[in-house]
Design a protein around this ligand. Sequence first.
Ligand SMILES: Nc1ncnc2c1ncn2[C@@H]1O[C@H](COP(=O)(O)OP(=O)(O)OP(=O)(O)O)[C@@H](O)[C@H]1O
Ligand SMILES: [Mg+2]
Length: 282
Amino acid sequence: MIQVQDLTFTYPKNVEPTIQDINVSIDEGEIFGFLGPSGAGKSTLQKILIGVLKGYKGDVTVLHHKVKHTDFYNRLGVAFETPNFYQKFTAAENLQFFQSFYRKNRLDGKELMAKMGLSDAYHTRVSEFSKGMKMRLNLCRAFLHDPELIFLDEPTSGLDPVNVKKVKDFILEKKAQGKTIILNTHNMSVAEELCDRVAFIVDGSVKLVESPNVLKKQYSEKTVTVVYESDGVERSEQFELKKLGQQTTFQTILERDQIIKIETEEKTLEDIFIAVTGRNLQ
Ligand SMILES: Nc1ncnc2c1ncn2[C@@H]1O[C@H](COP(=O)(O)OP(=O)(O)OP(=O)(O)O)[C@@H](O)[C@H]1O
Ligand SMILES: [Mg+2]
């Protein structure tokens, strides 16, 4: 779906490149996440992929062709990080206006809004929307013309947990329909739950591309911690996961003591990001 080879980009007024030598390939039907701290170059990369920024070095192929070929914007949906609507128009008027740019497969804006919990706001002026409502309307707009490839820049930014869940479910529903979704985020739990693969991006370079599950297996401690009560005192002991069955002490604790909890050490994607890049996400 997307092929990026040796991509380097420098903003016209800058000396240093913002994107440096990025190579990445994204398959059809994937949810692919670009994860990185503020200023890493996620939005810049997205703008190159959707044909907004030109003057880059390297090769970029999107939807099997060079960027901005015929029909490009009919097949592509974008939610930019800052929602941009006509404030004096209602949500319905905004969606109808944006829909008029596209020629095919138009989805029902009202239905999309219902999925985002915005049913009651269909005829409300956007100026009366909260920030979180605008974010969700922004997401509806990206899917309006039923595109096959969708770029979402920080789709859950500023949303409460209930609405984050709605957005996640919606994205998964679209994946099930065969859509390819590119997600920029610094929300690791969103990336962990949604993405088939993630790219860690720092200072304009991709440090690693892998599936969150594989990363978690690779980086997680291979130990089990047993917390138990013995002679009225709380104690804990660690065992190697691999040889657990042969650990006589482990067996004895299970038989003899009051078990409080048994847990394996799971690294979060955020822990792994820090381990790989040496950088925090915030
Ligand atoms: N129009 C511009 N002209 C010059 N430099 C820019 C421009 N837009 C962004 N930059 C710089 O490029 C770098 C990457 O910015 P970008 O917006 O791509 O980061 P990001 O990873 O999307 O960050 P965030 O998580 O905050 O959205 C930053 O150092 C930023 O200052
Ligand atoms: Mg950004």
